[in-house]
Design a protein around this ligand. Structure first.
Ligand SMILES: *Cc1c(COP(=O)(O)O)cnc(C)c1O
Length: 383
């Protein structure tokens, strides 16, 4: 039977034992909790990087069904994929745009982030040449120094936008650098700068763009003053808090389980090292199982020596270096059999392993764990 990744990741009848299971009821619960907390502001779920590993197309379809007002993605190709999949709600591409990409945005009704006067003019000319109207959101840099027009020189940008004829300015936004911190001084300073930029419209008696937004997950949790009339939660939607420091003012639950199965059992006799580099060696006879997952799936090699998995309700350590496609688990004197379920991220009655645990073992943040679960790991969806 010929197998390719596209087919195994779209069928529910998955053959690969290593898979990600996304609980749609939990996604719905998280979306609803956020929507309720920020009402009457609109919600733009952020679905970049394969919907934080949860599967871009299926999550987008689900968000559209749930009544999301728009979708945010990072790059043009993510937006194109969603349009091909039949998503009809507005899609804002949050990243910077290059000249040759502009016609693709316009032809597929994707909303462009205009992040400089030059880029705005390029959008205007491209739209004029096509005889179309381009939809844009203006991006103001209030303290992130990534993309956007600096708050202290935004007037010329806003004036230019007012003069455009083939550009429809649907929104204006900024992005916080520290909204997930315990100390919110920098976030408040950014908010104040953004409000000063917005005062341009009142001062000149011209209409403000209809959508004004700033809040990422951290701000959704901690800065209600920043909701304006739309928010852009990413990680919170998936049930993960953006940092340990953040106030957990909205209850959400992780929607993702990462599982595999025991594919091999053996007893390792004393003095026999395990894995590449022989980094770990048995002292006594050790019962061990092999599990078909590795750094090629996004199970980071840097977790070697720290990672644990759950088998039959108990936690066991991963031993030796994590390989590209396989790990070895020390089950001590316990028993496990071929086909037994192995939880890499998930919970059972007695034990749980969280995205935060993997992030700590790998020395990174939950975002990086989620977005690195490779596309060769099929995604399945449960209610
Ligand atoms: C990624 C991103 C978000 C969502 O961030 P979270 O911390 O996951 O909520 C919102 N806005 C922009 C511009 C982003 O790049």
């Amino acid at each position: 039977m010929p197998i390719n990744h596209a087919t195994i990741s779209t069928t529910q009848d998955v053959v690969r034992p290593t898979l990600v299971e996304v609980n749609l009821s939990r996604l719905r619960g998280n979306f609803t909790a956020i929507k309720k907390a920020v009402a009457p502001a609109k919600v733009m779920p952020v679905l970049k990087a394969n919907a934080y590993g949860h599967g871009l197309v299926r999550v987008a379809q689900f968000m559209q069904e749930l009544g999301a007002d728009a979708i945010g993605v990072a790059v043009l190709e993510e937006g194109l994929l969603l349009r091909e999949a039949g998503i009809t709600i507005p899609i804002l591409v949050l990243g910077g745009v290059l000249g040759n990409q502009i016609p693709h945005f316009i032809n597929h009704d994707l909303t462009i982030t205009a992040s400089s006067i030059t880029k705005l003019q390029n959008i205007e000319w491209a739209a004029k040449a096509l005889g179309r109207i381009a939809k844009v959101h203006l991006k103001i840099d209030t303290g992130m120094e990534r993309i956007g027009v600096h708050y202290y020189s935004a007037e010329g940008f806003l004036r230019t936008a007012l003069d455009c004829q083939n550009v429809q300015v649907e929104g204006i936004y900024t992005h916080f650098a520290n909204a997930d911190a315990a100390d919110l001084r920098h976030a408040r300073l950014q908010l104040q700068r953004f409000q000063e930029v917005l005062s341009f419209y009142r001062r000149h008696g011209v209409e403000r763009p209809p959508l004004v937004h700033a809040a990422n997950s951290g701000a959704v949790l901690q800065l209600p003053e920043s909701y304006f009339n739309m928010v852009r939660p990413g990680i919170l939607l998936y049930g993960i808090y953006p940092s340990d420091a953040v106030r957990r003012s909205i209850a959400v639950k992780s929607a993702l389980t990462w599982k595999s199965r025991v594919v091999y059992f053996k007893v390792i006799t004393p003095g026999h090292p395990v894995g590449y580099g022989s980094r770990w060696q048995t002292q006594a006879a050790t019962r061990a199982v092999t599990v078909p997952v590795g750094y090629g799936d996004g199970y980071f090699r840097s977790m070697s020596g720290r990672a644990q998995v759950i088998i039959r309700g108990a936690k066991y350590p991963v031993i030796g270096a994590i390989s590209m496609d396989q790990i070895v688990v020390n089950i001590g004197d316990d028993s496990a059999y071929n086909d037994d379920e192995v939880l890499l991220i998930g919970e059972t009655e007695g034990a749980s392993i969280t995205v935060e645990d993997l992030a700590a073992w790998a020395g990174t943040i939950p975002y990086e764990i989620l977005t690195n679960i490779n596309t060769r790991v099929p995604r399945v969806y449960s209610e």
